[in-house]
Design a protein around this ligand. Sequence first.
Ligand code: UDP
Length: 364
Amino acid sequence: MKILVTGGAGYIGSNLVDALRASGHDVRVLDNLSVGQIENIAPHLGAAGFEFICDSILNAEAVDKLVSQVDLVYHLAAAVGVRYIVKDPLNAILTNVRGTENVLASCSRYWKRLVIASTSEVYGKSNGQMLSETADRTLGPTSVNRWSYSASKAIDEHLAWAYCGKGLPVSVVRYFNSYGPRLNEDGYGSVIANFIRQALCDEPITVHGDGRQTRSFTYVTDTVKGTMLAGERPEAIGEVFNIGDPVEISVSELAKLIKGMTRSGSPIISVPYEDYYGQNFEDTPRRCPDITKAATWLGFEPQVQLEDGLRHTIDWCREHYKSANHKGSATTSPPLTVVRPKSAEAARTPAVTAADAAGPAVQC
Ligand code: UDP
């Protein structure tokens, strides 16, 4: 198959490209390298069946030409990362809404199947429940820049359903805190990238707020698997899926885990949200996916456990992060352990107990 991946030089995009190429597909990557990096796709450059086009999804002509040449499109190009969005909301909104509209219009013109990468951020401040795809969205006021990201991705989804109503075969995947090799060192400031970089540099590991907020982290091979399933299965057309690993951990526990795994001497410190994001920021205390739909419809089941995935991510960061001082033992990790599919019940058991969450969040 001929496949276009927008944002294919980015962290998730390039991991998707690797998997598609390994499955024997011809791949074209459209990426303007604003956050993505050429090194991420370096092994494919010059290879038969691979093409890289350095351009923006805002270039409707370029998008249109590429879409006309392929059978399937994975649309991952977007302005991502809460910190980045908070800093430049205008660019984020325009990139996400106009860029996605360009991709949708072209796919509709040539009747090409499309998978759009969305985000768990569309749910907004979650209300403490596990999030199923039909959960309500709960957002703060428009004066809080963070929510513009959620709104822009939700508009992308609305656009997708509008085009779907006209017959476009489109699916949406909502990612939950993906992590793994190629996580950008400073591009979008995800908590795992930050903590690993800080630990490897012996800088303080900065836990925002009281550290009791939890997230469900998903290893990138699982993120990629869910994405590919959405592009392969006919039943995925016209549907949205949570792609994540429901096992939860608090941010303060994550800091301790990464500190221990890197054998870092970094202190773990608590910093107010506004020191990092500026004034007028709102966080969400919990964001945990209900993946029943992806499991039932697509056969999606996350397979990589957090410690295993972190070990591989840390090894990669040790080697690639420019600021890392490469301290500690650069181990060669054993291959990823593919765990037996968890039962729905086990998968929903938080890794962090209520006692953990209630205890002192961080050592300062
Ligand atoms: N966070 C943190 N320290 C950091 C970066 C992030 O404590 O250096 C927190 C952040 O405030 C949030 C959580 O980690 O509560 C996850 O942040 P991230 O930006 O990775 O993802 P999202 O908020 O979109 O889930």
